[in-house]
Design a protein around this ligand. Structure first.
Ligand code: ZN
Length: 428
């Protein structure tokens, strides 16, 4: 079993009725009701997802112009977003969340901005759209930190949304009202919590950002704030033109983010910005399969790790739903860039897969602000069991089995996924 201290052999987990681990101890006898499994790792936290974009699967890979990029992809995405109803939102989200569970994600931070096309001024439809996502998560058996999104303008210096962004828009009062309603009236299950998500610096102004941060500090200090930042070079240029500062630089100066903040992407930074984020203790969420699909750019992860920066992974557009593939791509980006294998300068005590998996767990735990990502007393019994018997090679250590899963991606290795001590996926 993978613990914060490394691999421990023959461990059993004692779990209470709410799905929390009460004790992790040496393997119990057969008569004991503790969970005793094969090679076990904590379930991964998916720190950034837009579940509805799973509905675009396979529809965005035929290019019409040589200059097709993130911004042209976004037009296709807007079309899908504009047509969503609570029913279709729930159906697509259920599909995405079920795939997440079947690939080893046990928590999702759902960055949810499809609030519905009409009556958004009353806050009624946005609540129904959010509840549809919560229901989908409940049915799929995934733990969720739902992050309703505040999205108010089309870009820096603009005062309104584009017509195709209409379904995303909520005034600040309505937005905070939706958050409060979800927290107090929506009968959240133990696997459901709410957080905050100002969409990006281009989509909200400083007053809104401040109002959201104040609301969180005053009413829900246990909830995180997530925001997209510096995903695209064009966004960096527009921010500089509008504010005189780069986005990460501006955010750090204006909001002084701490460990309760999660900065999504942070792709385009100076060395100084990168070091400042590491010092701030904010988590950066990297979504390498989506960033690769959209041609965003590389995050300097090896440098960030050497500065003890906190990072998590996310499936973002859900073009790919698999934690192992995100980790593999992150490592291989760095290896290709540096043209060497040990891009992170790890010592040889554990495989690179185990190191990266543990870092992503720690970052996901911080980004979600939930007791997840560790198999120890007081944490959720959210775990993944890998099937050593499915390997053709015999005698592999747990470290090597996790490596086979991360770097070779064999789906047959994933045997069982549990959240709150209950099996949610099991390979037949
Ligand atoms: Zn995103």
């Amino acid at each position: 079993m993978l613990t914060a201290e490394g691999w421990q052999q023959h461990m059993a987990l004692h779990v209470d009725a709410s799905g929390l681990i009460t004790e992790a101890s040496p393997a119990a006898s057969a008569s004991d009701r503790a969970i005793s499994l094969d090679v076990v790792v904590p379930g991964m936290i998916n720190a950034h997802s837009h579940a509805f974009q799973h509905g675009l699967l396979g529809r965005t890979q035929r290019f019409l112009r040589p200059e097709d990029d993130f911004w042209s992809w976004r037009s296709v995405m807007y079309e899908a977003a504009g047509n969503l109803t609570p029913a279709s939102q729930e159906a697509i989200a259920f599909q995405a969340f079920s795939e997440m569970v079947a690939s080893g994600y046990t928590t999702v931070c759902e960055f949810h901005y499809t609030h519905g096309a009409t009556r958004r001024d009353h806050g009624e439809l946005p609540v129904l759209m959010s509840e549809a996502v919560l229901r989908a998560a409940e049915r799929a058996g995934i733990r969720i930190r739902l992050l309703p999104v505040c999205y108010q303008r089309a870009g820096f210096g603009r005062s309104s949304l584009l017509p195709e962004q209409r379904s995303f828009g909520l005034d600040t009062d309505v937005y905070l009202g939706v958050i409060e309603h979800l927290r107090t009236e929506s009968h959240l299950s133990p696997l459901q919590t709410i957080g905050y998500a100002p969409h990006s610096l281009r989509a909200v102004d400083l007053d809104t950002l401040q109002a959201i941060s104040d609301h969180r500090n005053d009413t829900a200090p246990e909830a995180p704030i997530h925001i997209h930042v510096a995903e695209q070079a064009r966004e960096v240029n527009e921010c500089m033109l509008s504010t005189g500062k780069r986005p990460v630089e501006w955010l750090l100066d204006a909001m002084n983010p701490d460990s309760s903040w999660c900065l999504i992407h942070a792709t385009h930074m100076t060395d100084g910005e990168r070091r400042s984020i590491a010092r701030s203790k904010a988590t950066v969420c990297l979504c390498p399969t989506t960033e690769g699909d959209l041609g965003d750019g590389f995050f300097p992860l090896a440098d960030f790790v050497s500065e003890s920066g906190a990072w998590a992974i996310g499936s973002d557009s859900n073009v790919c739903v698999h934690p192992a593939e995100e980790l593999r791509m992150l490592d291989w980006q760095q290896r290709l860039h540096q043209r060497k294998r040990n891009a992170f300068r790890f010592d040889g005590s554990l495989a690179a897969s185990t190191r990266l998996y543990q870092m992503a767990l720690n970052g996901g735990r911080a980004a979600s602000m939930l007791p997840v990502g560790r198999l120890e007393a007081g944490c959720a019994a959210d775990l993944v069991e890998l099937d050593s018997a499915s390997m053709t090679q015999e005698g592999l250590s747990p470290d090597e089995i996790l490596s086979a899963w991360v770097y070779s991606g064999s789906q047959s290795l994933l045997k069982r996924v549990m959240t709150a001590g209950k099996t949610r996926f099991e390979r037949a």
